[in-house]
Design a protein around this ligand. Sequence first.
Ligand code: ADP
Ligand code: MG
Length: 562
Amino acid sequence: MTVIGIDLGTTNSACGVWTDEGVKLIPNRLGDFLTPSVVGYDDSGKISVGRIAKERLISHSDKTVAVFKRLMGTDHKIEIGSGSYTATELSSLVLRSLKEDAETYLGEPVSRAVISVPAYFNDNQRLATKLAGELAGLKVERLINEPTAAAIAYGLHEKNEGTFLILDMGGGTFDVSILEFFDGVMEVHASAGDNYLGGEDFVDAMLNNILSSENIRKETLSRLQLQTMYMKLESAKRQMDARAENELSFELGDKIVNWKVTEEWFTKVAMPLMLRAKRPIETAIRDARLSPSQINDIVLVGGATRMKLFRSAVAKLFGRFPSCNLDPDLVVTMGAAIQAGLIEKHKGLDEVVLTDVCPYTLGTEVNGPEGAGGGFFLPIIERNTVVPVSIVRSVQTAHDNQTEVAINVYQGEHRRVEKNVFLGSLTAAVPKGPAGQEVIDIRYSYDMNGLLEVDVKVVSTGKKLNKVIEHAAGAMDDATRAASLKKLSALKFHPRDQEENRMLLSRGERIYETSLGEERDYIAHVLAEFDAILERQNQLEIKKARQQLEEVLKKFDNEEWF
Ligand code: ADP
Ligand code: MG
């Protein structure tokens, strides 16, 4: 059965499959490849995911949520409408929507997936992602690091070896990774980034610059005025390359402000952000102990790397052009789809052995050197070990007449355990005796999905203990999982065909809200007409009316936002 590849992004998500003709990207119910990672309730209490929800993000901010990927792996509850959800649950709604679209596109049920995650995601965050898949009815066959997926999409694994720099700027995050491909293994050598720097900050910077030049305080503007301004600037940002000059007009408070968006102005406004972007690039190169000339390829990923400003800054920094011939906001999806094809053992794909590495060190708590006491970290599986892996290390009793030994499991790089992430604990009974007499074997086995299995054996008694660690903050036990599933299954979703109609109506309502006078009356009239046709529930009539309404709205909404 088909395995789909999914990029579960902070701003946008997408999915694809491997076919005999290569990667096929899967369009969603509205015909787009990108589905905004936004979830919302509409006025009738139904759940929407994607573009419809995004349309309502500002006008119905209490019923709509975005950027929840930042909270993945935490217990934080996000209020939306009358309910509250974890980031895992919200992500499962996005995944579920992608799964349904894939099923429609492929004409068969889909229940297996490869999902990409940022390279710096820790075990909790990885586990939460797997769980989100499970809640959406998808068995997550494999999690793949986003930069690894991008590298695969570019076919970098086909070269025998090399070092690659992946620059990924999405809507709100900037991730820099250095990968090395060697002997069939793709290893993340260094990752750095800025979790609060992305394409949206460039729009904010433009907006703030205009407001301060005009001496207008943001607080004095209505939500709608701000939203409209934001949308116009977002679209101007995207058209920057095509148009040397873009005349915009904003209604701000009771003032009409005309503004000329030029490349020169944008460059000036974006400068502080570009300087911030340079830092993690330098850090990653330094951490990997490389000189820029040792990097074989530079790959651009993420929608925001489409900005000419970004591309030329990178070219200047490295004295050469980055690879950007694949669609930057879909490269990760393509890589995930290739990985999905590999899992299916698709004949079109040569057997590339592509292995991942464990991103953090996993270890246990031990006593320090003579007299230093407990709280020290003994690494068992070291960072960047190729997974799956299984390693055993022995420890001894620390005190005379000790009757039990606690095996505390940690993840991290610090010498002291309190600075690392606690993952779980086991307690083994040992026979009394002098310190150091009893030997305990601790075996850690780790797979690509971030599941850690701990086996403990007391050598003298042969007593064995085993624990699979997936219980960490953000991960759920069976009861919570069942409750989550129940809560999610009670949500009412829009039927697919209705969603296209709702999308048009939301868009029409937004245009209605932002227009005035005659224009406004006219839009009210066409929307009411469309409402009446929907009421009659004749699919053919609805389809025709939808096309007409689309034409009408296009005239008023020529600033393509998406
Ligand atoms: P994420 O990885 O966060 O889910 P994406 O890779 O989809 O996000 O990138 C989204 C960002 O890309 C948005 O901020 C959007 O404005 C920006 N973007 C998309 N297309 C363009 C373009 N043509 N020019 C500039 N920015 C763009
Ligand atoms: Mg992304």
